[in-house]
Ligand binder design. Structure first.
Ligand code: 5AD
Ligand code: SF4
Length: 436
């Protein structure tokens, strides 16, 4: 059996893609290893979302090359978004033997087979149909509690800053029966939580099944199975989805709703196709139906021509929504995108970083305030395992997605327990066990 080592970068979807790749390779006589020095094949499943993500992977390519030089027959492969974006440029480095884009994984065994001295292999064909719907992913996460299920691939939105439509191709939804079957497999294997993944889950549609219906179908698999999903698009999240979330106790009240900017001119230029007012309307709807819903976001600072005043609108929408958590980024120009072709990347790097730090500081305060509001409350959490800091503490998340830590030697990963929040930091709820 040949041994395959894969490093995964980027989003949760990439983690799930790596699981699909392991499954495909396993049925062709390859075995997974976590030890790079014993691998016959070393691969990175890559991300192109920002320049720094790609720079990090270039560093890994050089590192992999040191193994390739010292071990004859060793194959180095690049998978995923960077493979799709850079294509031949990766092979031209002569440090990479196989390049496979996100829709080419079924072909990977053949590519690996065909690689021989001087014959690098590449498949970066994008597909309109591929969903890997029939493939059972080989789970790589270790806790055995929480699993990812991809429900769709690609993206049709073409936000002007974003490389994803170019690296992952057109949007397509997976047959709901294969999704439900995978959720049943997860339950049978002891998993207690699934996260449904898509670039824009709200535009999921397969025949007459839309995302609200799909959510209900997955939630009905088992009352013991928690269901989460990501990512929602503010322009598409429907009342039906919000109401379905409220109708099933095992659908977690957590929505990741990337705002990107709080300013209408910038939103228009980003081609987000909603306004600040629309966004706030969606938040109000979510909160009216589920007052306890966790809301998190993504934001970009220093997008092309963003003024200080326009950036202040991002600060103020953060304040107005009071997010529980957020991922915040400096704008990074991606070659080939609408923004790169049409607008100069004209906010100086130091200015972007200053804005970013200000936004991060604000979010730290908002996270702390949000956590403080939970002190004294009791939550049901799903135990993920021992906490990182202390062996005799367990950790797990509330339905709204907040991380809890509490002293506990009675329970273990996969149990549902009630905890009372005693104190908090901006990142964690510090709890004690509550009586059932
Ligand atoms: N520059 C910076 N951040 C970006 N994102 C997407 N494209 C870019 C870019 N070119 C961010 C968005 C998105 C998250 C996954 O990454 O905030 O929601
Ligand atoms: Fe995921 Fe986007 Fe990165 Fe691709 S570019 S791995 S879709 S985050």
């Amino acid at each position: 059996m040949k041994k395959v080592y894969i490093e995964t970068y980027g989003c949760q979807m990439n983690v799930n893609d790596t699981e699909v790749v392991f499954s495909i390779l396993a049925s062709h006589g390859y075995e997974r290893t976590e030890d790079i020095s014993s691998a016959d094949v070393i691969m990175a499943n890559t991300c192109s979302i920002r320049d720094n993500a790609e720079q990090r992977i270039w560093g890994r390519v050089d590192y992999f090359n040191t193994f390739r030089k010292s071990r004859s027959g060793l194959v180095v492969g690049i998978l995923g978004c960077m493979a799709e974006r850079l294509k031949d440029a990766l092979l031209d480095t002569r440090k990479v033997d196989v390049v496979a884009g996100p829709d080419a994984y079924r072909n990977l065994p053949a590519l690996l087979e065909a690689v021989s001295e001087g014959h690098p292999q590449m498949d970066v064909e994008l597909s309109r149909e591929e969903t890997y719907g029939d493939i059972s992913p080989v789970r790589i996460d270790k806790n055995g509690v929480s699993a990812f299920i991809s429900i769709m691939r690609g993206c049709n939105n073409v936000c002007s800053y974003c490389v994803v439509p170019y690296t992952r191709g057109a949007e397509r939804s997976r047959d709901p029966h294969t999704i439900v079957r995978e959720a049943c497999d997860c339950v049978a294997a002891g998993y207690k939580e699934v996260t449904l993944l898509g670039q824009n889950v709200d535009s999921y549609r397969f025949e007459d099944v839309d995302f609200a219906k799909l959510l209900a179908m997955v939630a009905d698999v088992s009352p013991q199975l928690r269901v989460r999903f990501s990512t929602s698009h503010p322009k598409d999240i429907s009342d039906a989805v919000i109401e379905t979330m409220a109708s099933r106790p095992n659908i977690c009240h957590q929505i990741h709703l990337p705002v990107q900017s709080g300013n209408n001119r910038i939103l228009e230029k980003m081609r987000r196709r909603y306004t600040r007012e629309w966004y706030l309307g969606r938040v109000a709807k979510i909160r009216s139906v589920m007052p306890d819903c966790g809301i998190s976001t993504d934001a970009i600072v220093g997008f092309c021509s963003e003024t200080e005043e326009e950036f202040r609108d991002t600060l103020s929408i953060f304040e107005e929504v009071g997010y529980d958590s957020a991922f915040m980024f400096n704008y990074s120009e991606r070659p080939g995108t609408l923004a790169a072709r049409n607008y100069p990347d004209d906010v100086p790097a130091e200015e972007k970083t200053r804005r970013l730090n200000e936004l991060i500081e604000l979010q730290n305060r908002l996270s702390l305030e949000s956590n403080r509001r939970d002190v004294g409350k009791v939550f049901e959490v799903l135990v993920e395992g021992p906490s990182k800091r202390n062996e005799t503490d367990l950790c797990g998340r509330t339905g709204s997605g907040k991380m809890c830590v509490w002293p506990d030697t009675k329970h273990r990963a996969g149990d549902y327990v009630l905890v009372r929040v005693e104190d908090c930091s901006s990142a964690t709820l510090l709890c004690s066990l509550a009586e059932k």
